[in-house]
Design a protein around this ligand. Sequence first.
Ligand code: RIB
Length: 316
Amino acid sequence: MSKRIVVVGSINLDLVAATPRIPIAGETVAGLSFRTFPGGKGANQAVAAARVGGAVSMVGKLGADAFGVQLRESLEESNVNTEAVEVVPGSSGVALITTDPKGQNAITVVAGANAQLSPADIDANIDLIRSAGILLTQLEIPLATVDYLAAIAAQERIPLILDPAPARFLPPSLLKSVDWLTPNETETCILLGRGPQELSENLTQDAANALLDCGSRNVILKLGDRGCYVALADGTRQLLPAYAVKAVDTTAAGDAFNGAFAVALMNGLEPLESASWAAAVAAISVTRPGAQASMPTASEVARFLEDSHCSKSTRV
Ligand code: RIB
């Protein structure tokens, strides 16, 4: 039996307002609609991986509220094992999300129960974590917990995929334990202590190399509608162009990528093939509203790839 993918991360309820445009500071805009969706970077990655066929367990925390009940149900409906998801007093994590008609978003996260996921919880689930084929984590849980998990991953030689979101400075000791670092453009600039900028082709390569120098074994820069830039320990450097789709909501596209990438690696695909397949999963996710709700199944991905090969022009 193949090993499980274990996701140690956040679980949020997303409160999503669709607006004509994302307001600037001090501005009020009239919203077009409001919906709630199960989200949270950790839970989204778990659902993304499970929907495309991964055997997935989630380690996380929920609040003792109605949101928590809904969030667990959403994970279980997608076949994510939630035995290591504990309910704690207080509220579940929430994310206030504003989207615009181009599918762009702005997100404010209130950690709630996610802030209580501690190194002791890693110890409490150590057998599950040690048995993982791949570990995924993000930065919506305490950094001490991510750091502790990374040390265990390194010690046990379990590949660790770190999505450095929301971005913050990360200690080199942590980055040295990371096999796959997967920032988007903004996160890349923050990790490198650079001001926000669009990464031109030269800057992309330069940024990926700088992140490799910080310690992570491999880096994948997620560049939105420009695709992703893969920089591997063996010297491979390649830009994989994005699939051209009409985006309605880009929320959790990065999570779709990470969950799918883990499954592809577990299935024995090479890193470039894995990134390309994960990019297809992310492309489908942006054509649908919501975070977990937008994750495709393996057969939907197969159909999408077949259609895009037929139309040839789909990949830009
Ligand atoms: O990556 C998207 C996610 O970020 C949303 O689902 C929201 O919960 C925030 O965590």
